[in-house]
Write a protein that binds this ligand. Sequence first.
Ligand code: ADP
Ligand code: F6P
Length: 323
Amino acid sequence: MRRLAVLTSGGDAPGMNAAIRAVVEQGLHHQIEVVGVQHGFKGLVEGEYKKIGINDLSHAIRRGGTILYSARYPEFREVEIQKKAIKKMEDEGIEGLIVIGGDGSFQGALALTKLGFPAIGIPGTIDNDIPGTEYTIGFDSAMSAAIEAIDKISDTAASHNRTFVVEVMGRNAGDIAIWAGVAVGADAIIIPEEEFYIGDIARRVNTSLCHGKDHAIIVLAEGVMGVEEFIKEYKKEAPNQSVRGVNLSHIQRGGNPTGRDRVFATLMGAKAVDLILHGQSGIFVGITNEELSVCDIVETLTKSQHKVRDDLYQINRTLTDRY
Ligand code: ADP
Ligand code: F6P
């Protein structure tokens, strides 16, 4: 193999650039040229190819977002479009592709593999929702961004003895909510994976306020419902509380990656290159027990489901159930 391509797809995530850098540098280490594909699978089909050199990477490791840009491109589900992408890559002398993205993007990589073109995935999404890996690039940074924002909100919440409902991202997964919620000592954490009763949450917050707590924080995962809708229902159960809401939205997806995101992205980027050069395809690199691991895309995505950590959910429940 003499030429590889790398792309980022789906929602951008802090640390994707560190992974791109590792792919390029590891490629150069093996005397392989790495081509960057801009705008994900859309750019793959439309020929947005750009050779990446060391000069393009000077500041990449510490920057959020993705220097290759990203896109959502539903058309890539069509086999004819996938074949077009392969033809484009072959015309450019590209012999393998590394896809940095979430499980949707892995399906794109898998489709290419099934058509005979080597492709490997690296998990990059703030949602941390990919089965088979304990870690996805960007989750740690997004969680830290959420914590920083909620800490700020807590200052103003306390000054006015208010209850704040903070909506965080995660698509269908509650990971950002549960980790950030435990880290800020939230009074309640509401995630799509667990049943909840608004009346019970209002009762728990009221008890805390009666015990002298000067404010309350409720962390709400976006997969449950929107913050405005929640507050409308919550106020019916807690008419005595002064309630405000905030949706942290894309603030969580921006900013410099944490050390953990940079380090794991670097390890995974280099590993993906080694694997593809050894003829592997249809797999993704992950992290298990803090070590690099390798998963088959079909096996993992069809047979296992991502789970949030139950111990984190339970500790929050226990510590906030006051009498
Ligand atoms: P993520 O990768 O973060 O899960 P998406 O689910 O939006 O984000 O997927 C990103 C992109 O991956 C899609 O816009 C599309 O180009 C491609 N993709 C998703 N699902 C498939 C599929 N079943 N087959 C081929 N490509 C897919
Ligand atoms: O998958 C990452 C993510 O940020 C989710 O948490 C969120 O639901 C979604 O992307 C938002 O997508 P967009 O940026 O396209 O609005």
